[in-house]
Design a protein. Structure first.
Length: 204
C-alpha cells in the first residue's frame, strides 16, 4: 500500500509495536533493539513528565464512546501531572466524512494539546495522521492502537512474562478471538512473504 508506506516515510518516529517485527529485523540483519508498544510508550511518557513544572496537555482521539472518559479518570489518578484536555470517540466511517474531519481538527485546535494520542487501530490511524498532519494543531501525534482501551482498563495487557517472550499477540488473540483471528491469520500469511522478499532483495 503506497499510502501507508508514505505515512511511515513521513513519520518522525517509527517503532516496532510487535515482536514478530523485531524477530524479522534480526533475521534480516538489521536488528532493532527492542519492541516498543504504544501501550508501554504512553505510560512511560506520562511517568517522565511527573517531575516537570507544567502539566502535559493530552488529547485522546479514538476508542469506543465512554472509554476515553474512563482512561482520563485513570490517568488523572495515576499521573496527576498529565492533563487530559480533550476526548473524542469518532463515529464509524468518520474518516470519509470531510465535515466530521474538519470538526475533529477544530476540536483538537480548541483544546490545544501538546500530545495527541490517536487510537483508531492500524492502518486507519496512520492514514488519518498522514492526511491531516498539516492542519493538526498538536506538537506531537502518536498512533497508539488500543492504548486508550488499556488506560481505561477496558482491555488487559498480557502478563509481563508473555510480553518478554514476545507473546502478547497470543494474549490479545485469546481475549478477543472473534475480532482478531481474521487479522492475525492474514498477518501470518502476508508478513513472512514480506520478510522473504526483503531477504531475497538484500541478497540480490
Ligand atoms: N477504533 C476507533 N474507530 C475506528 C476503528 C477503531 O476508535 O473507526 C478504535 C477501537 O475502539 C480500539 C482501537 O481503535 O480502541 C483499535 O484497537 P486495535 O486493537 O485494533 O489496535 P491495535 O493496537 O491492535 O493496533
Amino acid at each position: 500500500r503506497s499510502d501507508l508506506r508514505q505515512a511511515y516515510a513521513n513519520a518522525a518516529l517509527v517503532l516496532a509495536d510487535g515482536a514478530p517485527v523485531v524477530w524479522a529485523s534480526r533475521l534480516l540483519q538489521r536488528a532493532l533493539p527492542e519492541r516498543v508498544a504504544g501501550s508501554d510508550l504512553v505510560p512511560a511518557l506520562f511517568e517522565g513528565c511527573m517531575n516537570k513544572n507544567e502539566p502535559l496537555r493530552v488529547f485522546l482521539l479514538g476508542a469506543a464512546p465512554g472509554v476515553g472518559q474512563r482512561a482520563a479518570a485513570n490517568i488523572h489518578e495515576r499521573w496527576p501531572n498529565v492533563e487530559v484536555v480533550g476526548i473524542y470517540s469518532p463515529p464509524l466511517g468518520f474518516e470519509n466524512d470531510p465535515a466530521e474531519n474538519t470538526r475533529i481538527l477544530r476540536m483538537i485546535a480548541d483544546a490545544d494539546p501538546q500530545l495527541l494520542l490517536i487510537g483508531l487501530g492500524a492502518p486507519k490511524q496512520e492514514l488519518w495522521v498522514e492526511r491531516h498532519a498539516d492542519q493538526m494543531q498538536a506538537r506531537v501525534a502518536l498512533c497508539v492502537g488500543a492504548t486508550i482501551d488499556f488506560l481505561a482498563g477496558e482491555k488487559s495487557r498480557s502478563p509481563l512474562w508473555m510480553r518478554r517472550m514476545g507473546l502478547e499477540w497470543f494474549h490479545r488473540l485469546a481475549t478477543e478471538p472473534s475480532r482478531l483471528a481474521k487479522r492475525y491469520l492474514r498477518d501470518a500469511w502476508i508478513f513472512p512473504q514480506l520478510v522473504w522478499r526483503e531477504w531475497r532483495g538484500a541478497r540480490a
